[in-house]
Every structure is written in C-alpha cells, then in structure tokens.
Design a protein around this ligand. Structure first.
Ligand SMILES: Cc1cc2nc3c(=O)[nH]c(=O)nc-3n(C[C@H](O)[C@H](O)[C@H](O)COP(=O)(O)O)c2cc1C
Length: 294
C-alpha cells in the first residue's frame, strides 16, 4: 500500500485546496493511504540566510516544525500539492516553507524522484498570476518527479466543484501521479516541462523554471514549439546536477572567507544612513481571533 502526502497550503478548512487534493486522491487507482498536512498547523519560521544547514548536521538551526514536515514528505511515496492564489501568487505559507529549501538538501536522497502533482487554485479565471510557477518551483526544489501541474478556478469554499470541469482536472492529476511519463502540457519547456517563459527579444525566450534559454517557433499549423538549450547555471535536471549544485553552494563559504575583509569594508560604508522604524514590543503570544464562519 502506497502512502500519498497531500500538502495543503491554504489555511481554510474544507476550502478548495483541501477538497481538490482529496478529489485527486479519490481518482488515483493505485491503492493508497492519504496523509494530509495543512501548512498553517505548523510553526515554520522565515529563513535567516545563515547557510548552516548546508554544513555539518545538514539540518536547519531554527527551532520549529520544518523537520516534521520534511520527515512526512520523505516518508511518503508520492506528493499532492494544492496551493491557493493570493494576490497573483502562491500564498505566503508555501513561500515561507520554500525559502527554507536549502535544508531540503539534507533530505535529497529520500526526496529525489518522488512522483508529485500540483494544483494552483485561483478564485477568478485568468487571475492565477505566477502561482503555477511557484507550485512547479516548490516541487522542483523538493527534487520531485513532477508529473503534472494544473490550474483550477473556484472562489468560495466548495465552488471548485460546482461544475464538472475541475473534476476532470482532478482525474487527470490522479491518473498522472503514478503514470510512467509526465502528462503532456503543450506548450512547455522540452527540458523541464516548465510552462512560464520570459521574452528576451526577437524569438528568444527563457524558461522561468529551469532558467535555460532558446527560441520560440510558431509552426504552420499554429503550434508553438520551444527549442531550449542547456545553459551555464541552470536549475539541476538530474540527481548528479542537484548534488553538484549543493557543492557549489557550499564553496560559497570559501569564497566568502577569501573576500571577507573586502566585503566587510563595502558593507561598513553603509552602516550609517536612514532611521530604522521598529515595531512596539508585543505581549508574548497573543493568539489571533478565531475567523467567523463564511
Ligand atoms: C487574500 C486573498 C487574495 C486573493 N487573491 C487572488 C488573486 O490574486 N487571484 C485569484 O484568482 N484569486 C485570489 N483569491 C481567491 C482564492 O484564490 C480562492 O478563493 C481560492 O479558492 C482559495 O483557496 P482555498 O479555498 O483553498 O483557501 C484571493 C483570496 C484571498 C483570501
């Protein structure tokens, strides 16, 4: 029996992200147990950029629930990620966790190649913004084998299944999760499957997931075809490249030590200037008020 972990980025109980993830699970033919993890149930502190997780223990030094979440991901056979759009992007809970991604390297062997599907939920058709890119980036940084990422629209809790179109998306994601090859999603980057591009001028484009560049051709039948070549410092596409990227990050420490006095001198010139506005001291741990029922 497989174990599938659904990561729900929305704090809204029985909201569209949660019911979409459960519907995807219902559409998976492989017998499985569904574990659910709502990010807002966990205490995840923002990354402080200290890089210590790349060294020695390979664990983050911040005391919070990060390892609990990574252990649950590592223990699963496959992942479903469901993320609500807040102001044209993924909600902050997912981004706070993604920012701790340097600590994912400590789990690389357990996470590499785990099948995963993702869904970006948006309330207004066309206003999903860059949420699909964040969903793809999160799964890529987790070193997953991304089988499909789709957008589904629904605003009010439950609205996502008022009509049947989103049930078809759930069924497609359910079928894709344990399929041997990723679900087709044309047009996409032939190297990494990314679906978001930046136009660089003329016919040149850059894939915003793997960072490789190339050309966009419009075929006679109107089909868009991307020809993308590997670049110098793109996102790792193989396990060996991910290991090399980890090594590259670790050698930053040597680079820092070699230039430490120059760097300190540059920064010291900016010690003075401006007035910092600081928050008033807060009484410890005032709980948020409970939300009203919609
Ligand atoms: C603070 C906030 C910002 C939102 N911004 C957007 C947005 O930019 N685009 C959009 O299509 N929907 C937006 N929505 C709507 C949600 O994406 C939508 O209600 C979704 O179903 C929420 O998923 P959930 O039910 O899993 O929480 C926003 C909702 C909230 C609460």
């Amino acid at each position: 029996m497989k174990t599938i972990l659904a990561i729900i980025a929305s704090p809204r109980k029985l909201g569209n992200s949660e019911i979409m993830a459960k519907e995807i699970s219902r559409c998976i033919e492989t017998p499985h147990r569904l574990n659910l993890l709502r990010l807002s149930d966990f205490h995840i502190r923002p990354c402080t950029g200290c890089y210590q997780c790349l060294f020695k223990s390979k664990r983050c030094v911040l005391k919070d629930d990060l390892d609990l979440i990574l252990d649950a991901m590592a223990a699963a056979d496959a992942l479903i990620l469901a993320v609500p759009t807040y102001f044209l992007g993924a909600n902050a809970e997912l981004k706070v966790l993604l920012d701790r991604g340097l600590a994912f390297y400590g789990y690389a062997e357990k996470l590499w190649g785990k099948p995963a599907v993702g869904v970006a939920i948006a309330g207004i058709e066309g206003l999903e913004g860059y949420t699909p890119l964040v969903v793809e980036s999160f799964l890529k940084m987790l070193l997953c084998d991304i089988k499909a990422v789709r957008v589904a629209y629904g605003a009010l809790p439950g609205e996502i299944f008022v009509d049947s179109a989103n049930k078809s998306i759930a069924a497609e994601l359910g079928r894709a999760l344990f399929a041997p090859a990723p679900a087709k999603n044309e047009p996409s980057c032939p190297l990494c499957g990314g679906q978001v591009f930046r136009f660089l001028g003329a016919d040149r484009v850059k894939c915003m997931l793997c960072s490789n560049t190339g050309t966009l051709c419009i075929m006679e039948n109107g089909r868009l075809v991307f020809e993308i070549q590997r670049g110098g410092h793109d996102l790792f596409l193989t396990q060996a490249e991910a290991v090399r990227h980890g090594q590259w990050l670790r050698q930053m420490k040597d680079r820092f030590l070699a230039q430490k006095s120059t760097l300190k001198k540059i920064a010291a010139a900016y010690r003075r200037g401006g007035t910092w506005i600081k928050p008033a001291p807060q009484p410890a741990d005032t709980p948020d008020p409970a939300p009203d029922e919609p």
